[in-house]
Design a protein around this ligand. Sequence first.
Ligand code: NAD
Length: 392
Amino acid sequence: MSKHIVILGGGFGGLLSALTVRKYLSASQADVTLVNRWPTHQIITELHRLAAGNIKEEAVSLPLAKLLKGKSVNLKIATVEAVNPDARQVRLNDGSVLAYDTLVLALGSETAFFGIPGLAENSFVLKSVNDAHRIRNHILSKLDAFAQHGNEADGTIVVGGGGLTGVEVVGELADQMPEWCRSRGIDPADIRLYCVEAAPSILPGFPQELIDRAYSSLESRGVRFVTGQPITEVKGTEICLKDGSTIQAGTLIWSGGVQGHPIVASCGIEVNRGRAVVNEYLQSVSHPDIFVAGDSAVVMAEDGRPYPPTAQIAWQMGETIGYNIFAGWENAKMKPFKPVISGTLASLGRKDGIAAIGARRTQLKGIAATAMKEASHIRYLAHIKGLFALAH
Ligand code: NAD
């Protein structure tokens, strides 16, 4: 009887695990099942564009059935409810139980709310295509209300957290806002678009020159920054900051950080702050029949610091895992995880961006960074044979 590989999650890590394992193991050698909570592979690195209506859903939400066509991968659309690593079983929300010989955990991360009162109940997050639609529809309804009644809160949008997610979202909204205002007869100058960051500066850890560029570029398009001020509480539309001041905002988008997935954190494998501890081959250190990809794992780089939870790391982890499952079964040597890190690329809206490229952190600004980000997106689509998305 052939063995069963179960892959949980159809994001960057899970999809690449499935595609890669099939390069090495035929359908007669292994059954492969990929479980995902929706039928699409979502390019979550582009969701800020969808939230602002600057890209079509079809371009960032690719049918998994199409990507896996001809690969002999069983696709199961369901939500994972529990993993039992000792019984080697996974329970799904449709009541079914999958038994596995090898498991890949690639469930991603969740938004962290840090126990801030009222935050989860009164904010939007940007982790899926549906989240992006929700944000856009909400902002548009608030702008409609603002055009009618002129209530300040309806015309105020706050992005909480000035990391890469927050900066990319606020940049995209800043570019879209004039058009949204024009079609409603609103003067764009009457709209307040804030980015509130707890640290003394946005983009902590970025080279100062690129931070300065982000400020000047975004401020010139109307973004107001509040830094050194953590959001401490949210009461309906009232956003409270540490210094006691408040902002009345009808829309709060929370991009203040991510944390490990609760199923990974609680299933009984060894974890560090909710993320699985893995060896250099990306196996759980407590359960070697479980490989962990993407944000679900914490992987230490050579400098002893964990790699950041990014898409480029996740899909390279998937590739390493796909090969290592085969190597483990064939008693061949597994490959240690050694990612190629091209750098950090962040958009500041449609026509501006910043990038720190390669080991020397070479800095790029403006159209060069924007073009490089687009090129890396296209490279990824080519890699997963998802270029049909570019038709949209
Ligand atoms: P993050 O943790 O990188 O940034 C969150 C920001 O929110 C931090 O600057 C933090 O100081 C701030 N914050 C936390 N609590 C706050 C509070 N109470 N009030 C105000 N601000 C608060 O999270 P992220 O931006 O979602 O990124 C998550 C990961 O994804 C990172 O590793 C990032 O590098 C990666 N990412 C990469 C890209 C890209 O490469 N273009 C884009 C998005 C995300």
